[in-house]
Design a protein around this ligand. Structure first.
Ligand SMILES: *[C@@H]1O[C@H](CO)[C@@H](O)[C@H](O)[C@H]1NC(C)=O
Ligand SMILES: *[C@@H]1O[C@H](CO)[C@@H](O)[C@H](O)[C@H]1NC(C)=O
Ligand SMILES: *[C@@H]1O[C@H](CO)[C@@H](O)[C@H](O)[C@H]1NC(C)=O
Ligand SMILES: *[C@@H]1O[C@H](CO)[C@@H](O)[C@H](O)[C@H]1NC(C)=O
Ligand SMILES: *[C@@H]1O[C@H](CO)[C@@H](O)[C@H](O)[C@H]1NC(C)=O
Ligand SMILES: *[C@@H]1O[C@H](CO)[C@@H](O)[C@H](O)[C@H]1NC(C)=O
Length: 389
C-alpha cells in the first residue's frame, strides 16, 4: 500500500540533551503521578522510569525487570468513569493502546512489576462500550490478544477527558508485563481507527498531531512527553529537522520514525574519536525497545572497543562495570546533529552480587533501531506541523 503523501511532509526533530537531568527523584506517593499545569493546546505527561522506586517499588526495593530491561518508560492514563489509573509503556514503535497484561505469564520480578502497573476493570466503568472486535498484537518481545472497547481517557492535570477512545483490553498475553501506549502513526497510515494521538488532536486537547519526547537520564528517573508541540523550556539549543523516510522506501515498509543516520563513532575516555565504517544507514527511533539493535559486524566492532568482542548466548555484550563511570561516548551523527551517548547511559547494570554490566546494544541482522540506550540522550520528536508550547 502506497504511503499517504502526508508522510513525505513529516519530519522528526532530534536535539542533543545535556539538560534533561532534573534533580534526584522526589518523594512521591505511588499513584497518582503529579502533573504540571498544561498550556493551552499542549499536554505535559510525566514519564516514569521503571526503576523509580517512588512508583514501582516493593517495600522500597528496586524491582528488577528480568534480563530484558534495565529501564523502561511509563505514562499514567486514567481510563473509564470513574477514572481508573493504569501505567502503560510509551512506545514510539507501535500504534495502538492496550491494557491488562496477564501477569501470571511473567515470572518473578516481572510479575511483581506487572502487579503494580494497575488494571482496568470494564465492569467498573459507566462509559465503556465493547466493540466486540479482537486482534492479536505482536511485539519484538511479547504479544497480546485484545478485544476492542471505547471509553473515556482522562489525563491527569488536565480538564481534558477524551471521549470514546478506542483501545484494546487483553484477554490473554504472553511475555508482557505492562500494557502499551503506541504513539506511532494512527488512522489512515498505520491503524484503521483513530489512535490515542489522533484523538488528542481531534478532540482539541492538542492543536497539532505532534509530541516531544524527553525520556530523561537514568539518574533523573523521570522525563516528560509533551503532546501538541515543543516544550521550549526543555531545549537549550536549536532543533534539527530530519526528514522521516516514507514507509515505501523504508527497510520494513512500515510507517515508523525511520530517519537516515550518517555515521556512528566511538570516543574513548581519553577523548580520541574514531568513526566506524559502513554506518550510514536508515534507523528507526523506538522508545519501546530497551536495547539499540545494530548489524552484527558493527556490534562486534563496538563490543571490541568496550573490551567484549563476542556477545553471550542471549546476544548481550558483557562489559566491565567500571566503564560506566568513564567519560567516553558513542556518537550517532545525523544531518545537522550528533547525539553523543555517554557510557553511563549506554551500559546497563543488572543488579546482583557483584552486579553485571552489559552494553545496551545488541546484534540484529534483520532490524536496525535506536532504542532507549540512544533516546535517553536525545530529545526526539515527530510532528506534522511545528508548534511551540
Ligand atoms: C520521603 O520518604 C522517606 C523514606 O520513605 C520518608 O521517611 C519521608 O517521610 C518522606 N518524606 C515526605 C515529604 O514524604
Ligand atoms: C535471564 O534469562 C535466563 C535465560 O532465559 C534465565 O535463566 C535467568 O534466570 C534470567 N535472569 C533473570 C535475572 O531473570
Ligand atoms: C491468543 O489466542 C489464541 C487462541 O486462543 C492462543 O492460541 C494464543 O496463545 C493467544 N496468544 C496470546 C499472546 O495470548
Ligand atoms: C475542535 O475544534 C474545531 C475547530 O475549532 C471544531 O470545529 C471542533 O468542533 C472541535 N472539536 C471538539 C470535539 O470540540
Ligand atoms: C563496507 O561495505 C562495503 C560494501 O558492502 C564492503 O565492501 C566493505 O568491506 C565494508 N567495509 C567494512 C569495513 O565493513
Ligand atoms: C570526566 O570529565 C570530567 C569533566 O571534564 C572530569 O571532571 C572528570 O574527572 C572525568 N572523569 C574521569 C573518570 O575521567
Amino acid at each position: 500500500m502506497a504511503a499517504p503523501s502526508l508522510l513525505t511532509t513529516t519530519f522528526a526533530l532530534l536535539l542533543l540533551a545535556l539538560c534533561c537531568g532534573r534533580s534526584a527523584a522526589q518523594n512521591q506517593s505511588i499513584i497518582p503521578v503529579p502533573v504540571p499545569t498544561h498550556d493551552k493546546g499542549c499536554i505535559h505527561l510525566p514519564i516514569i522510569h521503571s526503576t523509580n522506586v517512588n512508583y514501582f517499588s516493593k517495600r522500597g526495593v528496586q524491582l528488577q525487570l528480568a534480563n530484558r530491561s534495565d529501564v523502561a518508560y511509563y505514562a499514567q492514563l486514567s481510563i473509564g468513569t470513574p477514572p481508573q489509573p493504569v501505567f502503560v509503556q510509551l512506545d514510539t514503535g507501535s500504534f495502538e493502546l492496550w491494557v491488562n497484561p496477564d501477569c501470571t505469564t511473567v515470572d518473578g520480578a516481572d510479575a511483581d512489576f506487572c502487579d503494580r502497573i494497575g488494571q482496568y476493570d470494564t465492569a467498573k466503568s459507566s462509559t465503556v462500550t465493547s466493540l466486540g472486535t479482537t486482534k492479536t498484537l505482536r511485539y519484538g518481545i511479547g504479544s497480546a490478544n485484545i478485544t476492542y472497547v471505547t471509553d473515556t481517557i482522562t489525563l491527569a492535570g488536565s480538564t481534558t477527558a477524551l471521549q470514546d477512545v478506542q483501545f484494546g483490553v487483553a484477554t490473554s498475553s504472553q511475555d508482557a508485563f505492562s500494557g502499551i501506549l503506541g504513539i506511532g502513526y494512527g488512522k489512515d497510515i498505520a491503524t484503521r481507527y483513530l489512535n490515542f494521538v489522533d484523538q488528542l488532536k481531534l478532540q482539541n486537547a492538542t492543536r497539532v498531531k505532534a509530541y516531544t519526547l524527553a525520556l530523561g537520564s537514568k539518574e533523573a528517573e523521570e522525563g516528560v512527553i509533551v503532546f501538541g508541540g515543543v516544550d521550549t523550556s526543555k531545549f537549550g539549543g536549536g532543533l534539527t529537522r530530519l526528514p522521516i523516510i516514507a514507509a515505501d522506501q523504508s527497510p520494513d515498509r512500515v510507517p515508523r520514525f525511520w530517519v537516515g543516520m550518517n555515521s556512528i563513532s566511538f570516543t574513548s575516555p581519553a577523548g580520541e574519536t574514531r568513526e566506524y565504517a559502513n554506518t550510514s544507514m536508515p534507523v528507526f527511533l523506538d522508545s519501546g525497545s530497551t536495547m539499540t539493535l545494530l548489524p552484527p559486524e558493527l556490534t562486534a566492532e563496538i563490543g571490541r572497543d568496550f573490551g567484549a568482542p563476542f556477545p553471550d548466548s542471549n546476544g548481550f555484550f558483557r562489559v566491565d562495570c567500571a566503564l560506566a563511570e568513564m567519560n567516553g561516548t558513542l556518537n550517532f551523527a545525523f544531518e545537522g546533529v550528533t547525539i553523543s551517548v555517554p557510557y553511563k547511559e549506554l551500559i546497563r547494570e543488572v543488579p546482583g552480587t557483584p552486579p553485571a554490566c552489559f552494553l545496551g546494544i545488541t546484534p540484529s541482522s534483520s532490524f536496525v533501531l535506536l532504542g532507549d540506550t540512544f533516546l535517553r540522550s536525545a530529545y526526539s520528536m515527530s510532528v506534522f506541523v511545528p508548534s511551540v508550547c
